[in-house]
Design a protein around this ligand. Structure first.
Ligand code: NYM
Ligand code: MG
Length: 257
Protein backbone atom coordinates (compact mmCIF):
# COMPACT_ATOMS: atom_id res chain seq x y z
CA UNK A 1 0.00 0.00 0.00
CA UNK A 2 1.19 3.52 -0.72
CA UNK A 3 2.38 5.40 2.32
CA UNK A 4 0.12 8.43 2.94
CA UNK A 5 3.09 10.78 2.60
CA UNK A 6 4.02 9.44 -0.82
CA UNK A 7 2.25 9.37 -4.09
CA UNK A 8 2.97 8.29 -7.57
CA UNK A 9 1.72 9.84 -10.78
CA UNK A 10 2.30 9.19 -14.43
CA UNK A 11 2.40 12.32 -16.49
CA UNK A 12 3.03 13.42 -20.00
CA UNK A 13 5.00 16.62 -20.22
CA UNK A 14 5.35 18.80 -23.21
CA UNK A 15 7.20 22.03 -22.97
CA UNK A 16 8.76 24.57 -25.23
CA UNK A 17 11.64 26.94 -24.64
CA UNK A 18 10.82 30.58 -24.04
CA UNK A 19 11.92 31.39 -27.57
CA UNK A 20 9.59 28.72 -28.89
CA UNK A 21 12.44 27.22 -30.90
CA UNK A 22 12.27 23.65 -29.67
CA UNK A 23 9.78 21.44 -28.03
CA UNK A 24 10.42 18.25 -26.22
CA UNK A 25 7.97 15.74 -24.88
CA UNK A 26 8.65 12.94 -22.50
CA UNK A 27 6.83 10.65 -20.13
CA UNK A 28 7.90 9.56 -16.75
CA UNK A 29 6.62 8.55 -13.37
CA UNK A 30 7.11 10.64 -10.28
CA UNK A 31 7.35 9.23 -6.82
CA UNK A 32 8.25 11.53 -3.98
CA UNK A 33 7.79 12.02 -0.27
CA UNK A 34 5.55 14.89 0.77
CA UNK A 35 8.22 17.06 2.41
CA UNK A 36 11.57 17.09 0.75
CA UNK A 37 13.52 19.52 -1.38
CA UNK A 38 13.88 17.16 -4.31
CA UNK A 39 11.83 14.26 -5.48
CA UNK A 40 12.93 10.94 -6.74
CA UNK A 41 11.97 9.96 -10.25
CA UNK A 42 11.60 6.52 -11.64
CA UNK A 43 11.81 6.77 -15.37
CA UNK A 44 9.91 4.44 -17.59
CA UNK A 45 12.49 2.28 -19.38
CA UNK A 46 14.93 2.97 -16.56
CA UNK A 47 15.65 0.80 -13.55
CA UNK A 48 16.65 2.66 -10.42
CA UNK A 49 19.58 0.27 -9.96
CA UNK A 50 21.17 1.34 -13.26
CA UNK A 51 24.65 2.71 -13.08
CA UNK A 52 24.80 6.35 -14.21
CA UNK A 53 26.97 9.45 -14.26
CA UNK A 54 26.83 12.06 -11.49
CA UNK A 55 25.37 15.56 -11.71
CA UNK A 56 27.80 17.79 -9.87
CA UNK A 57 27.29 21.53 -9.51
CA UNK A 58 29.76 24.21 -8.49
CA UNK A 59 28.26 27.37 -7.07
CA UNK A 60 29.50 30.61 -5.57
CA UNK A 61 29.92 34.35 -6.04
CA UNK A 62 31.56 35.77 -9.14
CA UNK A 63 35.36 35.41 -8.89
CA UNK A 64 35.19 32.57 -6.36
CA UNK A 65 37.24 30.29 -8.65
CA UNK A 66 34.48 28.00 -9.90
CA UNK A 67 35.43 28.10 -13.53
CA UNK A 68 39.09 27.16 -13.06
CA UNK A 69 38.23 24.55 -10.46
CA UNK A 70 35.65 22.92 -12.77
CA UNK A 71 38.16 22.56 -15.57
CA UNK A 72 40.80 21.15 -13.20
CA UNK A 73 38.23 18.69 -11.89
CA UNK A 74 37.22 17.57 -15.36
CA UNK A 75 40.86 16.97 -16.38
CA UNK A 76 41.44 15.01 -13.18
CA UNK A 77 38.39 12.78 -13.72
CA UNK A 78 39.27 12.25 -17.40
CA UNK A 79 42.75 11.18 -16.27
CA UNK A 80 41.13 8.56 -14.07
CA UNK A 81 39.26 7.24 -17.09
CA UNK A 82 35.78 8.60 -16.26
CA UNK A 83 33.38 9.79 -18.95
CA UNK A 84 32.93 13.41 -17.94
CA UNK A 85 31.84 16.70 -19.51
CA UNK A 86 32.18 20.28 -18.41
CA UNK A 87 28.96 22.33 -18.68
CA UNK A 88 28.06 25.83 -17.59
CA UNK A 89 24.99 27.98 -17.15
CA UNK A 90 24.11 30.28 -18.65
CA UNK A 91 24.81 28.32 -21.81
CA UNK A 92 25.39 31.29 -24.10
CA UNK A 93 25.44 29.22 -27.30
CA UNK A 94 21.66 28.85 -27.61
CA UNK A 95 19.18 31.52 -28.77
CA UNK A 96 17.97 31.97 -25.20
CA UNK A 97 21.59 32.05 -24.00
CA UNK A 98 22.38 34.84 -26.45
CA UNK A 99 19.54 36.95 -25.08
CA UNK A 100 20.94 36.39 -21.58
CA UNK A 101 24.47 37.20 -22.69
CA UNK A 102 23.44 40.46 -24.27
CA UNK A 103 21.54 41.37 -21.11
CA UNK A 104 24.57 40.58 -18.92
CA UNK A 105 26.77 42.69 -21.19
CA UNK A 106 24.34 45.62 -20.72
CA UNK A 107 23.53 45.56 -24.43
CA UNK A 108 19.85 45.01 -23.76
CA UNK A 109 17.43 45.76 -20.99
CA UNK A 110 14.99 43.15 -19.69
CA UNK A 111 12.53 43.12 -16.85
CA UNK A 112 13.95 41.23 -13.82
CA UNK A 113 11.22 38.57 -13.92
CA UNK A 114 11.70 38.07 -17.65
CA UNK A 115 15.43 37.51 -17.43
CA UNK A 116 14.91 35.16 -14.50
CA UNK A 117 12.63 33.03 -16.67
CA UNK A 118 15.16 33.11 -19.50
CA UNK A 119 17.88 31.76 -17.21
CA UNK A 120 15.46 29.01 -16.22
CA UNK A 121 14.45 28.29 -19.82
CA UNK A 122 18.15 28.02 -20.63
CA UNK A 123 18.35 25.13 -18.15
CA UNK A 124 15.10 23.56 -19.39
CA UNK A 125 16.33 23.50 -22.97
CA UNK A 126 19.24 21.34 -21.78
CA UNK A 127 17.28 19.07 -19.45
CA UNK A 128 16.66 16.13 -21.75
CA UNK A 129 20.26 16.11 -23.00
CA UNK A 130 21.41 16.25 -19.40
CA UNK A 131 19.25 13.27 -18.52
CA UNK A 132 20.44 11.18 -21.46
CA UNK A 133 24.11 11.97 -20.75
CA UNK A 134 23.73 10.94 -17.12
CA UNK A 135 21.88 7.75 -18.00
CA UNK A 136 24.55 6.82 -20.52
CA UNK A 137 27.15 7.04 -17.74
CA UNK A 138 28.62 10.50 -18.35
CA UNK A 139 29.31 12.64 -15.32
CA UNK A 140 28.52 16.35 -15.73
CA UNK A 141 30.46 19.02 -13.87
CA UNK A 142 28.31 22.12 -14.07
CA UNK A 143 29.50 25.66 -13.42
CA UNK A 144 26.34 27.31 -11.93
CA UNK A 145 22.79 25.94 -11.88
CA UNK A 146 19.39 26.72 -10.39
CA UNK A 147 20.94 28.03 -7.17
CA UNK A 148 22.61 30.86 -9.12
CA UNK A 149 19.25 31.52 -10.72
CA UNK A 150 17.51 31.92 -7.38
CA UNK A 151 20.39 33.63 -5.53
CA UNK A 152 20.98 36.34 -8.14
CA UNK A 153 17.33 37.09 -8.89
CA UNK A 154 16.24 37.12 -5.25
CA UNK A 155 19.18 39.45 -4.51
CA UNK A 156 17.37 41.93 -6.77
CA UNK A 157 14.36 41.70 -4.49
CA UNK A 158 12.29 39.06 -6.27
CA UNK A 159 10.48 36.64 -3.98
CA UNK A 160 12.57 33.53 -3.39
CA UNK A 161 9.68 31.08 -3.74
CA UNK A 162 8.64 32.73 -6.99
CA UNK A 163 12.23 32.36 -8.19
CA UNK A 164 12.29 28.65 -7.34
CA UNK A 165 9.04 27.81 -9.10
CA UNK A 166 10.30 27.54 -12.71
CA UNK A 167 13.18 25.34 -11.53
CA UNK A 168 10.82 22.65 -10.19
CA UNK A 169 11.23 19.48 -12.25
CA UNK A 170 14.80 20.14 -13.40
CA UNK A 171 17.20 17.38 -12.43
CA UNK A 172 18.52 17.69 -8.88
CA UNK A 173 22.30 17.69 -8.50
CA UNK A 174 23.87 14.73 -6.70
CA UNK A 175 26.37 17.12 -5.17
CA UNK A 176 26.56 20.88 -4.74
CA UNK A 177 30.01 22.25 -4.06
CA UNK A 178 29.79 25.80 -2.76
CA UNK A 179 33.03 27.75 -3.05
CA UNK A 180 32.74 30.15 -0.16
CA UNK A 181 34.45 33.52 -0.26
CA UNK A 182 33.52 36.90 1.18
CA UNK A 183 32.35 39.44 -1.40
CA UNK A 184 35.26 41.70 -0.42
CA UNK A 185 37.88 39.00 -0.97
CA UNK A 186 36.26 38.02 -4.27
CA UNK A 187 36.38 41.65 -5.44
CA UNK A 188 40.12 41.78 -4.68
CA UNK A 189 40.77 38.96 -7.17
CA UNK A 190 41.77 40.97 -10.19
CA UNK A 191 38.61 43.05 -10.03
CA UNK A 192 35.30 42.39 -11.69
CA UNK A 193 34.64 42.55 -15.41
CA UNK A 194 32.11 44.69 -17.17
CA UNK A 195 29.11 42.41 -16.68
CA UNK A 196 25.95 43.21 -14.83
CA UNK A 197 25.94 41.93 -11.20
CA UNK A 198 29.71 42.26 -10.80
CA UNK A 199 29.54 44.87 -8.05
CA UNK A 200 30.47 44.49 -4.42
CA UNK A 201 27.19 45.73 -2.97
CA UNK A 202 25.13 43.41 -5.14
CA UNK A 203 27.39 40.41 -4.47
CA UNK A 204 26.82 40.96 -0.71
CA UNK A 205 23.12 40.43 -1.33
CA UNK A 206 23.79 37.36 -3.49
CA UNK A 207 25.92 35.94 -0.70
CA UNK A 208 23.01 36.35 1.74
CA UNK A 209 20.64 34.65 -0.71
CA UNK A 210 23.01 31.70 -1.09
CA UNK A 211 23.07 31.37 2.71
CA UNK A 212 19.28 31.16 2.79
CA UNK A 213 19.28 28.60 0.00
CA UNK A 214 22.04 26.35 1.29
CA UNK A 215 21.06 22.89 2.47
CA UNK A 216 22.84 20.46 4.77
CA UNK A 217 23.78 18.35 1.75
CA UNK A 218 25.92 21.14 0.26
CA UNK A 219 29.67 20.85 0.68
CA UNK A 220 31.02 24.23 1.67
CA UNK A 221 34.61 24.65 0.52
CA UNK A 222 36.80 27.51 1.71
CA UNK A 223 37.62 29.20 -1.60
CA UNK A 224 40.32 31.39 -0.02
CA UNK A 225 42.61 28.38 0.51
CA UNK A 226 45.45 27.82 -1.98
CA UNK A 227 44.14 26.57 -5.32
CA UNK A 228 45.62 23.06 -4.82
CA UNK A 229 43.95 22.69 -1.42
CA UNK A 230 40.57 23.66 -2.84
CA UNK A 231 41.15 21.22 -5.67
CA UNK A 232 42.00 18.39 -3.26
CA UNK A 233 38.78 18.90 -1.30
CA UNK A 234 36.71 18.97 -4.46
CA UNK A 235 38.30 15.75 -5.69
CA UNK A 236 37.56 13.88 -2.47
CA UNK A 237 33.91 14.89 -2.42
CA UNK A 238 33.40 14.15 -6.08
CA UNK A 239 34.91 10.66 -6.02
CA UNK A 240 32.53 9.58 -3.24
CA UNK A 241 29.60 10.95 -5.20
CA UNK A 242 30.64 9.18 -8.41
CA UNK A 243 30.75 5.84 -6.61
CA UNK A 244 27.23 6.24 -5.24
CA UNK A 245 25.87 7.12 -8.68
CA UNK A 246 27.70 4.24 -10.33
CA UNK A 247 25.97 1.98 -7.83
CA UNK A 248 22.61 3.16 -9.13
CA UNK A 249 21.45 6.07 -6.94
CA UNK A 250 18.18 7.16 -8.61
CA UNK A 251 17.94 10.52 -10.33
CA UNK A 252 15.74 13.06 -8.61
CA UNK A 253 14.21 16.44 -9.36
CA UNK A 254 14.25 19.89 -7.86
CA UNK A 255 12.47 21.45 -5.89
CA UNK A 256 9.52 20.73 -3.72
CA UNK A 257 10.25 23.10 -0.84
N1 NYM B 1 23.38 34.09 -13.28
C1 NYM B 1 23.71 32.84 -13.66
C2 NYM B 1 22.08 34.42 -12.95
O1 NYM B 1 21.79 35.55 -12.61
N2 NYM B 1 21.12 33.45 -13.02
C3 NYM B 1 21.40 32.17 -13.40
O2 NYM B 1 20.51 31.33 -13.46
C4 NYM B 1 22.76 31.85 -13.74
C5 NYM B 1 23.11 30.48 -14.17
O3 NYM B 1 24.95 35.22 -14.59
N3 NYM B 1 27.05 36.83 -12.52
C6 NYM B 1 24.42 35.13 -13.28
C7 NYM B 1 25.59 34.88 -12.41
C8 NYM B 1 26.76 35.54 -13.10
C9 NYM B 1 26.28 35.71 -14.53
O4 NYM B 1 27.59 33.80 -15.11
C10 NYM B 1 27.11 35.01 -15.57
P1 NYM B 1 29.17 33.46 -15.30
O5 NYM B 1 29.34 32.17 -14.54
O6 NYM B 1 29.93 34.58 -14.68
O7 NYM B 1 29.38 33.33 -16.78
MG1 MG C 1 31.07 35.81 -13.73
Amino acid sequence: MTHPCCFSVSKAFKFATAAGQQSISFRYKLKFPFKCSSRQIHMENNHSSDSRGALIVLEGLDRCGKTSQSSRLVSYLEGLGHAVESWRFPDRTTNVGQMISSYLANKSHLDDHTVHLLFSANRWEKRSLMESKLKSGTTLIIDRYSYSGVAFSSAKGLDMEWCKAPEVGLLAPDLVLYLEISPEKAAERGGYGEERYEQLEFQEKVSQSYKTLSESSWKIIDATLPIEDVEKQLRENVLDCLTVCQKGKPLSELWLS
